[in-house]
Design a protein around this ligand. Structure first.
Ligand SMILES: Nc1nc2c(ncn2[C@@H]2O[C@H](COP(=O)(O)OP(=O)(O)OP(=O)(O)O)[C@@H](O)[C@H]2O)c(=O)[nH]1
Ligand SMILES: [Mg+2]
Length: 299
Protein backbone atom coordinates (compact mmCIF):
# COMPACT_ATOMS: atom_id res chain seq x y z
CA UNK A 1 0.00 0.00 0.00
CA UNK A 2 1.27 3.42 -0.82
CA UNK A 3 1.10 5.82 2.08
CA UNK A 4 -0.82 9.07 2.21
CA UNK A 5 2.46 10.77 1.29
CA UNK A 6 1.85 9.56 -2.26
CA UNK A 7 1.58 11.91 -5.15
CA UNK A 8 3.00 14.85 -3.35
CA UNK A 9 4.89 17.09 -5.72
CA UNK A 10 8.52 17.70 -6.35
CA UNK A 11 8.17 21.08 -8.02
CA UNK A 12 10.98 22.36 -10.24
CA UNK A 13 10.89 26.07 -11.00
CA UNK A 14 13.31 28.75 -12.10
CA UNK A 15 13.93 31.04 -15.05
CA UNK A 16 14.04 29.77 -18.65
CA UNK A 17 17.16 27.80 -19.61
CA UNK A 18 18.36 27.50 -16.01
CA UNK A 19 18.46 23.71 -16.46
CA UNK A 20 15.28 22.27 -14.89
CA UNK A 21 14.31 19.93 -17.72
CA UNK A 22 17.90 18.78 -18.08
CA UNK A 23 18.02 17.87 -14.38
CA UNK A 24 14.72 16.02 -14.71
CA UNK A 25 15.88 14.08 -17.77
CA UNK A 26 19.19 13.08 -16.23
CA UNK A 27 18.09 12.29 -12.71
CA UNK A 28 14.59 10.92 -13.23
CA UNK A 29 14.72 9.56 -16.76
CA UNK A 30 18.25 8.21 -16.89
CA UNK A 31 19.41 10.30 -19.85
CA UNK A 32 23.09 10.98 -20.31
CA UNK A 33 24.07 14.64 -19.77
CA UNK A 34 25.39 14.70 -23.34
CA UNK A 35 21.90 13.84 -24.61
CA UNK A 36 20.28 16.96 -23.19
CA UNK A 37 22.46 19.70 -24.60
CA UNK A 38 19.76 21.11 -26.87
CA UNK A 39 17.52 23.69 -25.28
CA UNK A 40 13.82 23.18 -25.84
CA UNK A 41 11.83 25.54 -23.67
CA UNK A 42 9.16 23.79 -21.62
CA UNK A 43 5.71 25.06 -22.52
CA UNK A 44 3.53 25.45 -19.43
CA UNK A 45 4.68 22.42 -17.37
CA UNK A 46 5.27 18.67 -17.61
CA UNK A 47 4.14 16.20 -15.00
CA UNK A 48 5.39 12.64 -14.43
CA UNK A 49 5.05 10.13 -11.61
CA UNK A 50 8.04 8.38 -10.03
CA UNK A 51 8.12 5.65 -7.41
CA UNK A 52 10.89 5.30 -4.85
CA UNK A 53 10.62 2.21 -2.60
CA UNK A 54 7.08 2.69 -1.19
CA UNK A 55 6.78 6.41 -1.93
CA UNK A 56 5.43 8.00 -5.04
CA UNK A 57 5.90 11.58 -6.24
CA UNK A 58 4.72 13.73 -9.06
CA UNK A 59 7.61 15.51 -10.68
CA UNK A 60 6.46 18.91 -11.94
CA UNK A 61 8.86 20.60 -14.35
CA UNK A 62 7.59 24.13 -14.88
CA UNK A 63 8.40 26.28 -17.88
CA UNK A 64 10.56 29.21 -16.87
CA UNK A 65 9.63 31.86 -19.40
CA UNK A 66 8.27 34.85 -17.57
CA UNK A 67 4.68 34.57 -18.84
CA UNK A 68 4.52 31.02 -17.42
CA UNK A 69 6.17 31.89 -14.11
CA UNK A 70 3.85 34.86 -13.60
CA UNK A 71 0.83 32.63 -14.15
CA UNK A 72 2.17 29.96 -11.75
CA UNK A 73 2.71 32.60 -9.08
CA UNK A 74 -0.62 34.26 -9.87
CA UNK A 75 -3.86 32.74 -11.10
CA UNK A 76 -2.54 29.13 -11.10
CA UNK A 77 -0.79 29.35 -7.73
CA UNK A 78 -3.19 27.21 -5.76
CA UNK A 79 -3.07 24.35 -8.28
CA UNK A 80 0.71 24.51 -8.74
CA UNK A 81 1.73 25.06 -5.12
CA UNK A 82 -0.71 22.71 -3.36
CA UNK A 83 0.56 19.38 -2.04
CA UNK A 84 4.23 20.23 -2.62
CA UNK A 85 6.73 18.09 -0.72
CA UNK A 86 9.80 19.75 -2.20
CA UNK A 87 10.07 23.06 -3.97
CA UNK A 88 13.22 23.24 -6.08
CA UNK A 89 14.32 26.61 -7.40
CA UNK A 90 16.99 26.38 -10.12
CA UNK A 91 19.33 29.31 -10.80
CA UNK A 92 21.92 29.38 -13.59
CA UNK A 93 24.94 30.39 -11.51
CA UNK A 94 26.91 31.36 -14.60
CA UNK A 95 24.33 33.90 -15.77
CA UNK A 96 24.78 36.96 -13.56
CA UNK A 97 22.46 39.11 -15.64
CA UNK A 98 19.44 37.01 -14.72
CA UNK A 99 20.19 36.65 -11.03
CA UNK A 100 18.05 39.54 -9.76
CA UNK A 101 15.04 38.46 -11.86
CA UNK A 102 15.49 34.96 -10.52
CA UNK A 103 15.57 36.24 -6.93
CA UNK A 104 12.43 38.28 -7.55
CA UNK A 105 10.43 35.19 -8.56
CA UNK A 106 12.11 33.04 -5.92
CA UNK A 107 10.68 35.34 -3.23
CA UNK A 108 7.23 34.87 -4.75
CA UNK A 109 7.70 31.12 -4.98
CA UNK A 110 8.66 30.81 -1.31
CA UNK A 111 5.60 32.88 -0.32
CA UNK A 112 3.32 30.68 -2.40
CA UNK A 113 4.89 27.55 -0.94
CA UNK A 114 4.27 28.76 2.59
CA UNK A 115 0.75 29.72 1.68
CA UNK A 116 -0.33 26.48 -0.04
CA UNK A 117 2.13 23.84 1.28
CA UNK A 118 3.36 25.10 4.64
CA UNK A 119 5.04 21.77 5.47
CA UNK A 120 6.92 21.64 2.16
CA UNK A 121 10.69 21.99 2.09
CA UNK A 122 12.73 24.18 -0.27
CA UNK A 123 15.99 23.72 -2.12
CA UNK A 124 17.71 26.45 -4.09
CA UNK A 125 20.15 25.03 -6.65
CA UNK A 126 22.94 27.18 -8.04
CA UNK A 127 23.17 25.15 -11.19
CA UNK A 128 25.68 24.76 -14.07
CA UNK A 129 28.59 24.98 -11.67
CA UNK A 130 30.75 23.40 -14.35
CA UNK A 131 30.64 26.77 -16.13
CA UNK A 132 32.23 28.53 -13.14
CA UNK A 133 35.96 27.95 -12.65
CA UNK A 134 36.67 25.80 -9.61
CA UNK A 135 38.69 28.67 -8.12
CA UNK A 136 35.57 30.85 -8.15
CA UNK A 137 32.92 28.29 -7.22
CA UNK A 138 33.22 28.64 -3.47
CA UNK A 139 33.07 32.44 -3.52
CA UNK A 140 30.22 32.53 -6.05
CA UNK A 141 28.30 30.04 -3.91
CA UNK A 142 28.62 32.21 -0.79
CA UNK A 143 27.69 35.41 -2.62
CA UNK A 144 24.68 33.78 -4.25
CA UNK A 145 23.57 32.12 -1.03
CA UNK A 146 23.65 35.43 0.79
CA UNK A 147 21.65 37.02 -2.01
CA UNK A 148 19.03 34.25 -2.11
CA UNK A 149 18.58 33.95 1.65
CA UNK A 150 15.08 34.72 2.86
CA UNK A 151 14.22 35.61 6.44
CA UNK A 152 11.50 33.48 7.91
CA UNK A 153 10.64 30.12 9.39
CA UNK A 154 11.55 28.06 6.33
CA UNK A 155 14.97 26.43 6.37
CA UNK A 156 15.99 26.69 2.72
CA UNK A 157 18.79 24.37 1.54
CA UNK A 158 21.34 25.81 -0.90
CA UNK A 159 23.49 23.59 -3.13
CA UNK A 160 25.70 23.95 -6.21
CA UNK A 161 24.92 21.43 -8.95
CA UNK A 162 25.79 20.37 -12.47
CA UNK A 163 24.46 17.62 -14.69
CA UNK A 164 28.06 16.89 -15.66
CA UNK A 165 29.15 15.58 -12.26
CA UNK A 166 27.61 13.63 -9.39
CA UNK A 167 26.38 16.73 -7.53
CA UNK A 168 22.93 16.70 -9.06
CA UNK A 169 22.37 13.03 -8.13
CA UNK A 170 23.49 13.65 -4.58
CA UNK A 171 21.35 16.72 -4.15
CA UNK A 172 18.25 15.00 -5.52
CA UNK A 173 19.08 11.94 -3.38
CA UNK A 174 19.28 14.20 -0.35
CA UNK A 175 15.90 15.71 -1.19
CA UNK A 176 14.21 12.35 -1.57
CA UNK A 177 15.80 10.55 1.37
CA UNK A 178 13.95 12.38 4.13
CA UNK A 179 10.63 11.84 2.36
CA UNK A 180 11.26 8.18 1.56
CA UNK A 181 12.19 7.47 5.18
CA UNK A 182 8.62 8.05 6.23
CA UNK A 183 7.49 4.58 5.13
CA UNK A 184 7.88 1.48 7.33
CA UNK A 185 9.75 -0.47 4.68
CA UNK A 186 12.30 2.26 4.10
CA UNK A 187 12.82 2.70 7.83
CA UNK A 188 13.43 -1.04 8.25
CA UNK A 189 16.01 -0.98 5.46
CA UNK A 190 17.71 2.08 6.91
CA UNK A 191 17.91 0.48 10.36
CA UNK A 192 19.34 -2.74 8.90
CA UNK A 193 22.02 -0.75 7.06
CA UNK A 194 22.94 1.07 10.25
CA UNK A 195 23.10 -2.21 12.19
CA UNK A 196 25.48 -3.74 9.65
CA UNK A 197 27.72 -0.71 9.90
CA UNK A 198 27.81 -0.71 13.71
CA UNK A 199 28.47 -4.44 13.93
CA UNK A 200 31.37 -4.56 11.48
CA UNK A 201 34.06 -1.93 11.70
CA UNK A 202 35.63 -3.02 8.42
CA UNK A 203 32.45 -2.05 6.67
CA UNK A 204 32.85 1.57 5.54
CA UNK A 205 29.62 2.41 3.82
CA UNK A 206 26.45 1.23 2.17
CA UNK A 207 24.62 3.11 -0.55
CA UNK A 208 21.47 2.06 -2.37
CA UNK A 209 20.82 3.83 -5.65
CA UNK A 210 17.98 3.57 -8.09
CA UNK A 211 18.74 2.72 -11.69
CA UNK A 212 19.21 6.36 -12.58
CA UNK A 213 21.94 6.57 -9.94
CA UNK A 214 20.07 8.60 -7.30
CA UNK A 215 21.18 7.47 -3.83
CA UNK A 216 18.02 6.60 -1.88
CA UNK A 217 19.96 5.38 1.15
CA UNK A 218 23.50 6.29 2.08
CA UNK A 219 25.17 5.52 5.34
CA UNK A 220 28.72 5.32 6.59
CA UNK A 221 32.02 6.94 5.98
CA UNK A 222 32.70 6.30 2.38
CA UNK A 223 33.48 9.73 0.97
CA UNK A 224 37.07 8.83 0.05
CA UNK A 225 35.75 6.06 -2.16
CA UNK A 226 32.77 7.84 -3.53
CA UNK A 227 34.54 9.35 -6.50
CA UNK A 228 35.96 6.08 -7.86
CA UNK A 229 32.74 4.27 -6.99
CA UNK A 230 30.73 6.97 -8.67
CA UNK A 231 32.90 6.84 -11.72
CA UNK A 232 31.93 3.24 -12.15
CA UNK A 233 28.30 3.96 -11.47
CA UNK A 234 28.34 6.99 -13.68
CA UNK A 235 29.53 4.86 -16.52
CA UNK A 236 25.93 5.00 -17.60
CA UNK A 237 26.18 3.34 -20.94
CA UNK A 238 27.61 0.18 -19.56
CA UNK A 239 25.57 0.01 -16.39
CA UNK A 240 22.30 0.88 -18.03
CA UNK A 241 22.65 -1.57 -20.82
CA UNK A 242 23.62 -4.20 -18.26
CA UNK A 243 21.25 -3.16 -15.55
CA UNK A 244 17.79 -3.65 -16.98
CA UNK A 245 17.99 -6.92 -18.88
CA UNK A 246 20.09 -8.86 -16.41
CA UNK A 247 18.49 -10.58 -13.47
CA UNK A 248 21.63 -10.19 -11.48
CA UNK A 249 24.60 -7.93 -11.89
CA UNK A 250 27.70 -7.86 -9.77
CA UNK A 251 30.77 -5.69 -10.16
CA UNK A 252 33.68 -5.82 -7.73
CA UNK A 253 36.32 -3.11 -7.68
CA UNK A 254 39.48 -3.01 -5.61
CA UNK A 255 40.58 0.49 -4.62
CA UNK A 256 43.76 0.67 -2.53
CA UNK A 257 43.06 -1.68 0.33
CA UNK A 258 39.32 -1.49 -0.02
CA UNK A 259 36.69 -3.31 -1.93
CA UNK A 260 33.60 -1.88 -3.56
CA UNK A 261 30.81 -4.24 -4.57
CA UNK A 262 27.97 -3.17 -6.87
CA UNK A 263 25.10 -5.60 -6.86
CA UNK A 264 21.69 -5.39 -8.44
CA UNK A 265 18.89 -5.76 -5.93
CA UNK A 266 15.23 -6.28 -6.61
CA UNK A 267 13.42 -4.07 -9.11
CA UNK A 268 15.48 -1.08 -10.13
CA UNK A 269 17.81 -0.85 -7.15
CA UNK A 270 21.56 -1.12 -6.92
CA UNK A 271 23.53 -1.92 -3.76
CA UNK A 272 26.98 -0.40 -3.30
CA UNK A 273 28.96 -1.74 -0.37
CA UNK A 274 32.40 -0.44 0.57
CA UNK A 275 34.65 -2.35 3.00
CA UNK A 276 38.26 -2.58 4.09
CA UNK A 277 39.76 -5.69 2.56
CA UNK A 278 40.49 -8.17 5.32
CA UNK A 279 42.33 -11.27 4.23
CA UNK A 280 41.46 -12.13 0.67
CA UNK A 281 39.44 -9.89 -1.60
CA UNK A 282 37.11 -12.77 -2.17
CA UNK A 283 36.30 -13.07 1.53
CA UNK A 284 35.35 -9.38 1.70
CA UNK A 285 33.39 -9.58 -1.53
CA UNK A 286 31.36 -12.51 -0.25
CA UNK A 287 30.68 -10.65 3.00
CA UNK A 288 29.34 -7.64 1.07
CA UNK A 289 27.29 -9.83 -1.22
CA UNK A 290 25.65 -11.47 1.79
CA UNK A 291 24.71 -8.09 3.22
CA UNK A 292 23.20 -7.18 -0.15
CA UNK A 293 21.12 -10.37 -0.04
CA UNK A 294 19.74 -9.52 3.40
CA UNK A 295 18.82 -5.99 2.30
CA UNK A 296 17.29 -7.33 -0.89
CA UNK A 297 14.85 -9.41 1.14
CA UNK A 298 13.74 -6.32 3.05
CA UNK A 299 12.99 -4.34 -0.10
N1 LIG B 1 26.98 23.66 -18.70
C1 LIG B 1 25.82 23.19 -18.27
N2 LIG B 1 24.72 23.30 -19.05
C2 LIG B 1 23.56 22.82 -18.56
C3 LIG B 1 23.45 22.19 -17.30
N3 LIG B 1 22.16 21.84 -17.11
C4 LIG B 1 21.51 22.21 -18.21
N4 LIG B 1 22.33 22.80 -19.10
C5 LIG B 1 21.98 23.36 -20.42
O1 LIG B 1 21.12 24.46 -20.25
C6 LIG B 1 20.19 24.56 -21.35
C7 LIG B 1 18.78 24.74 -20.86
O2 LIG B 1 18.33 23.59 -20.29
P1 LIG B 1 16.82 23.21 -19.94
O3 LIG B 1 16.98 22.14 -18.93
O4 LIG B 1 16.02 22.92 -21.12
O5 LIG B 1 16.27 24.56 -19.26
P2 LIG B 1 14.90 24.77 -18.49
O6 LIG B 1 15.23 25.36 -17.17
O7 LIG B 1 14.08 23.53 -18.49
O8 LIG B 1 14.22 25.90 -19.41
P3 LIG B 1 12.64 26.24 -19.57
O9 LIG B 1 11.95 24.97 -19.91
O10 LIG B 1 12.54 27.25 -20.66
O11 LIG B 1 12.20 26.80 -18.27
C8 LIG B 1 20.40 23.30 -22.19
O12 LIG B 1 21.16 23.67 -23.33
C9 LIG B 1 21.19 22.38 -21.28
O13 LIG B 1 22.05 21.55 -21.98
C10 LIG B 1 24.65 22.08 -16.50
O14 LIG B 1 24.68 21.55 -15.37
N5 LIG B 1 25.79 22.60 -17.05
MG1 LIG C 1 12.28 23.10 -19.30
Amino acid sequence: MLSSQTSRKVLFMGLGASGKSSIRSVVFEGKNPEEVTDYNATINYTRSTKNFIDSSFQIFDCGGQENFISAFMGEQAEFIFSNVAIFVWVVDMSDFEQVSTSKFYFNHGISRLQEFSPDGTAFCLFHKRDLVSSAQQEETYHTMKKYFEIEGPLDIQYRTTSIFDRSVYHTVGEMLQTLILKTTKALTVSEAIQDFLTEDEDLLGIIICNEEGVPLFQEGNYSDFLEPANMALANHEKLKSDFRPLKSLKITMEINNNLVVFQKLKKDLMFIGIAIKTGSAQFTAVKLEKIAEVIKKLL
